[in-house]
Design a protein around this ligand. Sequence first.
Ligand code: MN
Ligand code: MN
Length: 306
Amino acid sequence: MEEMLVFGHKSPDTDTICSSIVMADFQKKLGKNVKAVRLGEPNKETKFALNYFEFEAPELIEKVEEGQEVILVDHNEFSQSADGIENAKIRMVVDHHRICDFLTAEPLYYRAEPVGCTNTILLKMYKEYGFEIDKKIAGIMLSAIISDTLLLKSPTKTVEDEKAVEELAKIAEVNYEEYGLEMLKAGTDLSDYSAEELIGLDCKKCELKDKKAKVAQVNTADISEMMKRKSEFEAAISKDIEENNLDLFVFAITDIINSNSQAIVLGKETTIFEKGFNTKLEDNTAFLPGVVSRKKQILPVLQENA
Ligand code: MN
Ligand code: MN
């Protein structure tokens, strides 16, 4: 039986890495030969979760070959997927993002639900098939939901995510609040990353009408500490704008304790940001009270105002 690959998006986050591993486990229970792979380096938060529940990071791949059978989790946009995805055979997608820039030649299983995390959908799938979830798998599913919903504080969180967290925490035998805070904090240790790495760690490309933009995000427990490196970030962002011909770059530094963000915004289309958030950038930066979700609170605002 030919091996199918499952992977999430580039600049992998905890949901992307964990849903690949979980999906491979799910498919194994169905008797399928599916291998989890990744498209980039796991971040510190993800490494913490994998270590805690004793998983290895999936193998890194650079691209997919023509005709390779694949399953996509936690994304669908080709621009966020593996190089060569246009010529792969996409058999399945399980995702919780908008559908965009997506086309296949053949029928497929596609499941999208507007919940806070891919793993909330995966939990439902295990239940629908009557599959048991082992303790370690429950642990990384829980980690992913905590990560995507910022410990259930993000506006992307739904009742289903809350229930999933309760349920998975029981199976994983952890106190999710304590574990979750520890895991999120592990992800905020950013001191040994270069500015270039930080703006690329969790970065999504997006098209705003005919404009090219990137929206990057990092989590921190201390915005002012991060802002000490503002000029380094500005230099890295300017370089990225120039090299990739971007019209706009938004870098959101998100305070996971108080649920706010500080944005550093550069490019020739910064008015899209100013209009959208009804703010004036000062020294390329603006404070966004209550904003923690790129998907729900940043991207749609930019899209509407482009
Ligand atoms: Mn993700
Ligand atoms: Mn996700």
